[in-house]
Design a protein around this ligand. Structure first.
Ligand SMILES: *Cc1c(COP(=O)(O)O)cnc(C)c1O
Length: 490
């Protein structure tokens, strides 16, 4: 990286902090053996510091800069009103050990969010504890395991997972100690019904279904799959990380799902990416509601009005997160739901599906569409082009950076060759969608006329193309002074 790093900008004696004069007795330092010296901290001025962080922010890309079509991640615009709500001091200046009576407002808000999510999913109850989607999966699979054990069915350890599933599904299953067994998809992108049959037996714990799946397709046999799994004594887990096509239109419990997580940080417009906090509430139908991680918030109606309290479900798998879960995320999601209302949520799902289908129809003229069906909130193209044999999905994705866009998800789902998974979301205008499609069409032409432009891309980004293997395997998270690194030959 050619930009100066703040550690290299420093000079002895510069300082960006100005502390007031000490007006309390100085407190003694810890004993000498606990102190470190020779810490190589930069000494920088205020202006150095400001420029450092502003420069870093300009090297980044986010939903507030432009379209971010990262399929499966639902990078939609996050209304700023949500941020204001999360900063209401009466909500966030609360201590986690405060007694219930003194946090009635926080509990009321959590109860209202539980209820709204229950209404959207058709759930009997919802727990707001899980801290992310994968954490919701872990909770839901623990619930399924507890259910089978309680019925003396501990031999039910097989969890079926379609080959289009997100990698977190088999990972969560294995973490719970169940056995992840892959089932294949058919040529229309649905779960292959005949692949289920050999597993419909006494060892079946359940199936993890993503619907719409990661191809962006609504499984045409979803109710049939749920029925067969139930008949065999299994349960159905729904990966609802991407609920963006369904809000106000389909209630998963009515389709046959027993438990499902929802990603507040995708569908419900909480900022995410870069490993920031998320929230993956888990909702359950009648078979599993008693097993939810607790406590949940319960409401009592008395002579003096409504009061709220914590409550642990009867057969709860226990706590999966301390205190209130990620409360700031819970407030943002609730603000978003209130702002849109029931009809607004439905409208946003409809607009998300419309935007994805519009883009799909435009782009399938140029890029192969392996599953040519009406899509839901996203779709998957192949990053292969006629007349440009040396071009891969990665080259197209990198070239998009030069056009000022974040690339789509690529090489996922694994069942599509050179996958480019595009999710425009409902917050993009037709003008933006057209501009994005224009860029991809121009790139397709460049791929034929100037393939080297794609191989060399990105050329207009702070960093050029990375060595992907080295970036993953040899992640450098700590800065070291250049001269000492040079000595090691790095
Ligand atoms: C994002 C996602 C997950 C995981 O959610 P995290 O919050 O990142 O743990 C699981 N399944 C699908 C389909 C997803 O898109």
């Amino acid at each position: 990286m050619s930009e100066p790093i703040i550690y290299e900008l420093g000079a002895p004696g510069r300082c960006a902090a100005h502390l007031p004069k000490l007006d309390v007795p100085p407190s003694p330092l810890p004993p000498a053996h606990l102190l470190r010296d020779g810490l190589d901290l930069p000494e920088v001025s205020e202006v150095d510091l400001v420029r450092h962080y502003v420069r870093l922010s300009q090297m980044n890309y986010g939903v507030d800069i432009g379209l971010y079509p990262l399929g499966s991640c639902t990078m939609k615009y996050n209304p700023k009103a949500n941020e204001e709500a999360a900063r209401i001091s009466d909500l966030h200046n609360v201590h986690p050990y405060q007694p219930e009576e003194s946090v009635q407002g926080n509990l009321a808000l959590m109860y209202a969010l539980q209820s709204a999510l229950a209404e959207l999913g058709g759930f009997q109850a919802v727990s707001l504890q899980p801290a992310a989607g994968a954490h919701g999966e872990l909770s839901g699979i623990l619930m399924i395991r507890a259910y089978h054990r309680a019925r003396g069915d501990a031999q039910r350890t097989v969890m079926l997972i379609p080959d289009s599933a997100h990698g977190t599904n088999p990972a969560s299953t294995s973490m719970v100690g169940l056995e992840a067994v892959e089932v294949s998809s058919d040529e229309r992108g649905n779960v292959d019904l005949s692949a289920l049959t050999p597993h419909l037996n006494q060892r079946l714990a359940g199936i993890m279904l993503t619907n719409p799946n990661t191809l962006g397709l609504f499984d045409e046999h979803v109710q049939e799959i749920c029925r067969r799994v139930h008949e065999a004594g299994g349960l159905v887990y729904g990966d609802g990380a991407n609920f963006n096509a369904l809000m106000g239109i389909v209630k998963p419990v009515q389709l046959g799902f027993d438990v499902m997580h929802l990603n507040l940080h995708k569908t419900f417009s909480t900022p995410h990416g870069g490993g920031g906090p998320g929230s993956g509430p888990v909702g359950a139908g009648p078979a599993l509601a008693d097993y939810l991680p607790g406590p949940l918030v319960a409401r009592d109606s008395g002579a003096e009005g409504e009061t709220y309290r914590w409550e642990i479900p009867a057969r709860s798998i226990g706590r999966v997160k301390s205190f209130y879960g990620h409360f700031g995320i819970i407030v943002r999601a609730y603000a978003y739901i209130c702002m849109l209302g029931a009809s607004g949520l439905r409208e946003s799902s409809e607009a998300a599906v419309l935007a994805a289908n519009y883009l799909q129809e435009r782009l399938r003229r140029t890029y192969p569409l392996p599953y040519p069906r009406t899509c839901m909130h996203e779709f998957v193209l192949e990053g292969r082009l006629q007349g440009a044999p040396g071009i891969r999905a990665l080259d197209i994705a990198k070239r998009l950076i030069d056009y000022g866009y974040h690339p789509p998800t690529n090489y996922f789902p694994l069942i599509v060759h050179e996958a480019l998974m595009i999710e425009p979301t409902e917050t993009e205008s037709k003008r933006e969608l057209d501009a994005f499609a224009d860029a991809l069409e121009r790139i397709a032409q460049e791929a034929v006329d100037h393939p080297e432009w794609l191989h060399e891309a990105p050329t207009r980004a702070p960093l050029r193309r990375l060595d992907e293997v080295r970036a993953a395997k040899d992640l450098v998270l700590c800065w070291e002074r250049r001269d000492s690194r040079d000595k090691d030959g790095q």
